[in-house]
Design a protein around this ligand. Structure first.
Ligand code: GLV
Ligand code: MN
Ligand code: MN
Length: 413
């Protein structure tokens, strides 16, 4: 292992506090939806901290921010670490921000220790990881990896009707760097688990093996508005009934396909009035499974359920894919570095598959990638009550710092 560097955990918490303070949600969360004023304020804080640390800052055309500590040999690809600063509308303290600030703290610690590793180090903050305002999620890393054209990303409409490109320009984060201009030697993301496994088992470190597949679709049912009292049941074209039937069918699907997770997270009825049959219903479905074949089986069954619900309700239906990611397996090089660092710190650790989506699963397309998980108390996330014990944060950050300094050696494969 390389000489350990000590990340300043007090500074990391002060920065988490500053991010929360932009748009706080009790008890300990925040709302920094992508490309809003709050997101801009978070980005400004990160850039200010990185600048004060003497790092070189570059922003690419989709708004990803990179803060670089140069290595001794500029010919060697740098090691990159980071996550995202945006949150869902009901965001927690750590989701995303932890990974960005732990990477920044590591660069500062390396510099403070007077080390200049052969490879440079880059702390990254990716645009719109959450996908809560603009779909798909992991958008910044997708554009960076070359798998989503910039123009297509900029043309995305948000759930609030806003145009992504206009919002990016408005907050001043459409930068000059070409997406993908930095080709990392490796990418490592520290994140809270967001699930209950590590906390329930009393384990400090998750060695993330990969990320399960994600399928996001939006279904729109179109019927006819009519009087709730005067329209016989047999004569209705009730879009709301179709959406409700699909939401219910998801549960049955999860019983049929073991390991499937299915969520109807958003249902919007129009006109959304007590005594009017809904003429339109929009429903989002989030399906997840670690096995691609099982995820496809679930998508096929869902398509049947949607068609059956539309028939039964006497309405038409249309489907739109919002995001689709196959399951990802992380690089042995990173997994071994995480396991080695956890062992060197005397920490309990176990392999784990991520239930949530992450920028690392996209970066895995262009560089050996991996993740470190810290336990989430009670497995609560996407909730302002999201929490992780401070000693678990400190341990996971120490593991990240060791992994990054190890991977920064010239001779890592
Ligand atoms: C991103 O946080 C996701 O997994 O939905
Ligand atoms: Mn996240
Ligand atoms: Mn999230």
């Amino acid at each position: 292992m390389s000489p350990p560097v000590a990340v300043d955990i007090d500074a990391l918490y002060a920065r988490l506090d500053a991010l929360i303070a932009i748009a706080p949600l009790p008890p300990d969360g925040a709302c920094r939806l992508a490309l809003t004023e709050a997101d801009r304020a978070g980005r400004d804080l990160f850039c200010g901290w990185a600048e004060a640390a003497g790092l070189e800052i570059a922003v690419d055309a989709i708004g990803n921010i990179f803060a670089t500590l140069a290595g001794a040999d500029p010919a060697l690809a740098p090691v990159m670490s980071g996550s995202h600063l945006d949150t869902v509308a009901t965001g927690g303290r750590f989701d995303g921000a932890l990974g960005v600030l732990a990477a920044l703290g590591t660069l500062e610690a390396v510099r403070a220790a007077g080390l200049t590793p052969p490879r440079g180090l880059v702390a990254a903050a990716f645009t719109n990881e959450e996908g809560a305002r603009f779909a798909p999620d992991m958008m910044g890393s997708l554009v960076f990896a070359g798998d989503l054209p910039l123009a297509e990303a900029r043309a995305t409409r948000g759930v609030d009707g806003a145009l992504l490109g206009a919002e990016l320009d408005r907050i001043g984060y459409a930068g000059p760097l070409a997406p993908g201009a930095i080709r990392p030697h490796a990418f490592v993301e520290l994140h809270v688990e967001q699930g209950p496994v590590l906390d329930a088992e009393g384990i400090a470190i998750g060695i993330v093996e990969g990320v399960q597949g994600i399928s996001w679709q939006e279904f729109t049912f179109a019927g006819e508005a009519n009087h709730a009292g005067a329209t016989p049941m047999a004569m209705r074209h009730d879009a709301g009934y179709a959406a409700a039937a699909v939401a219910t069918a998801l549960r049955a699907l999860t019983r049929r396909i073991p390991g499937l997770l299915a969520t109807a997270g958003r249902i919007v009825l129009e006109p959304n009035l007590i005594n009017v049959i809904a003429h339109t219903a929009t429903l989002t479905v989030d399906l997840r499974h670690p096995d691609e074949a099982a995820l496809r089986e679930a998508e096929a069954a869902l398509a049947e359920a949607v068609a059956a619900a539309a028939r039964d309700a006497g309405v038409t239906h249309a489907a739109r894919v919002l995001a689709r990611f196959a399951p990802v397996t992380f690089a042995p090089m990173v997994r071994e570095a995480v396991a080695g660092a956890a062992a060197a710190h005397g920490l309990t650790a176990r392999p784990i598959v991520s239930g949530a989506g992450h920028d690392a699963q996209i970066m895995a397309r262009i560089a050996p990638s991996g993740m470190i998980f810290a336990p989430s108390i009670g497995g609560i996330s996407h909730n302002p009550a999201e929490a992780t014990r401070r000693e678990d944060i400190a341990a996971a950050v120490a593991v990240l710092a060791d992994v990054l300094t190890t991977l920064c050696r010239k001779d890592t494969p």
